[in-house]
Design a protein around this ligand. Structure first.
Ligand SMILES: NC(=O)c1ccc[n+]([C@@H]2O[C@H](COP(=O)([O-])OP(=O)(O)OC[C@H]3O[C@@H](n4cnc5c(N)ncnc54)[C@H](OP(=O)(O)O)[C@@H]3O)[C@@H](O)[C@H]2O)c1
Length: 260
């Protein structure tokens, strides 16, 4: 098993991509701590893990809140003794509007959840990882960090910021045994975030949701979206010893949409 006895914290682990990562990591022997705001969802994922003989823990947290982040890492450490792998996955798309219509509060909230949340949790897990001389951090960024889609400037900025954070922390951590990478998924059409976004975009464009999605998927080499399980497979690779020489990278899992 690729993550035998690893202790992992996965934010946004209650549904979608985070849930898929939690289940895949657990199937590879990891203990998984899933965090998000909706208690019922994280508890259900923790139960899915324990139902198949794994170790799961649900911790309610808003990753934009410093105290919640501290509580999350404290809970993970007190239950399992340490954190070996952190996956910063929690997030929402935020306002689907041109930049001039986005309020400062809307802007700040998106940055706080994706970028500040990743920073807060990174700074909390790194000292103990350095002491042990081992660890992995994975930031779930997006194709949006590398493309130019209208009506999501805070989201794209936060996701691009996560790539900067990934590189700088990788530079600081590389010789202390800790690897830091990012994933840039394309459209994972099965998730709530993706469906909600498709709905709003279709409305704004005055087309059907089906046509909006079809038009977008047609711009991708493979002509289809990605599954949460495909993103989880890439996450497993980057967090496992198979990726022992990979750090500071962003891996596109987008069916052929971004090429850098
Ligand atoms: N779906 C896509 O096409 C796509 C593409 C590229 C990147 N991504 C990224 O992948 C990640 C997961 O998205 P998804 O598509 O799986 O969406 P999703 O199904 O809506 O899941 C989002 C998860 O994040 C949690 N979350 C949201 N805000 C949070 C907060 N402030 N604090 C803690 N948890 C929070 C949600 O739970 P609560 O609401 O209960 O807190 C939920 O568990 C996001 O970072 C997203 O930007 C998605």
């Amino acid at each position: 098993m690729l993550l035998e006895s690893k202790i992992t914290v996965i934010t946004g682990g209650g549904r979608g991509i985070g849930r898929a990562i939690a289940l895949k990591f657990a199937a590879e022997g990891a203990a998984v701590v899933v965090a998000a705001r909706t208690k019922t969802e994280i508890e259900s994922v923790a139960k899915e893990v324990s139902d198949v003989g794994g170790r799961g823990l649900a911790v309610a947290a808003d990753v934009a809140d410093e105290n919640h982040c501290e509580n999350l890492i404290r809970a993970a450490t007190s239950e399992f003794g340490r954190v070996d792998i952190l996956v910063n996955n929690a997030g929402h798309y935020g306002p689907v509007k041109p930049v001039e219509e986005i309020s400062p509060a809307e802007w700040d909230r998106v940055i706080a959840v994706h970028l500040r949340g990743a920073y807060l949790l990174t700074r909390l897990v790194l000292p103990a990882m350095y002491t042990r001389g081992t660890g992995a951090i994975l930031n779930i960024s997006s194709l949006s960090a590398k493309s130019a889609f209208a009506w999501g400037s805070p989201y794209a900025s936060a996701k691009a910021g996560m790539l900067g954070l990934t590189r700088v922390v990788a530079a600081e951590a590389a010789r202390k045994g800790v690897r830091v990478n990012a994933l840039c998924p394309g459209p994972v059409t099965e998730t709530r975030m993706s469906k909600d976004l498709g709905h709003v975009l279709a409305e704004r464009l005055g087309v059907s949701e089906e046509d909006q999605l079809k038009g977008f998927l047609n711009t991708i080499l493979q002509g289809r979206g990605q599954t949460a399980d495909e993103i989880a497979a890439a996450a497993l690779f980057l967090c496992s010893e198979h990726a022992s020489a990979i750090t500071g990278q962003s891996l596109n899992v987008d069916g052929g949409a971004a090429f850098y």
